[in-house]
Design a protein around this ligand. Structure first.
Ligand code: 5GP
Ligand code: ZN
Length: 123
């Protein structure tokens, strides 16, 4: 378990790419941000619009979504919808891969927002 961050008061594992992006220690095209959540463009887009919604807090997988409080979970859903709307999407797909066997490659909870033509499976 990593030491809690003095700045944020929760652990941000040093080796997690999404934690680095949240901290500003790795580059990303940020398209939306609200307290506790960030949305970025996927580095290898599999659709005309391919965004990732990431809670700032390091939660390994959707299986552990119960680590979010009720209000955080509600705000996350609102943030997903707001991010899609701000990206100009009215119709889109949401995907979450839960576990390596289901295709999860980054072990920090994230939602895929896929809009327009889909070119492949996010991986
Ligand atoms: P998963 O298969 O875990 O659901 O998807 C991980 C996603 O994160 C993939 O679509 C992959 O292209 C994206 N990704 C991996 N590393 C980076 C990165 O450093 N920056 C950005 N913007 N996206 C990343
Ligand atoms: Zn992380």
């Amino acid at each position: 378990m990593a030491a809690p961050s003095a700045r944020r008061g929760f652990s941000l594992p040093e080796d997690c790419i999404f934690c680095k992006i949240v901290r500003g220690d790795a580059p990303a095209n940020i398209v939306n941000r609200a307290e506790g959540f960030v949305a970025i463009e996927d580095i290898a887009p599999k659709a005309d619009v391919h965004l990732l919604v990431i809670p700032e807090r390091h939660i390994e997988t959707f299986r552990d979504v119960g680590e979010l409080s009720e209000s955080e979970a509600k705000r996350m859903l609102d943030f997903v919808a707001e991010t899609a709307r701000k990206a100009g999407l009215d119709e889109y797909r949401l995907m979450i891969f839960v576990g390596a066997g289901a295709g999860q490659t980054v072990f920090h909870l994230h939602w895929h927002i896929l809009g327009g033509v889909i070119h492949g499976m996010p991986r």
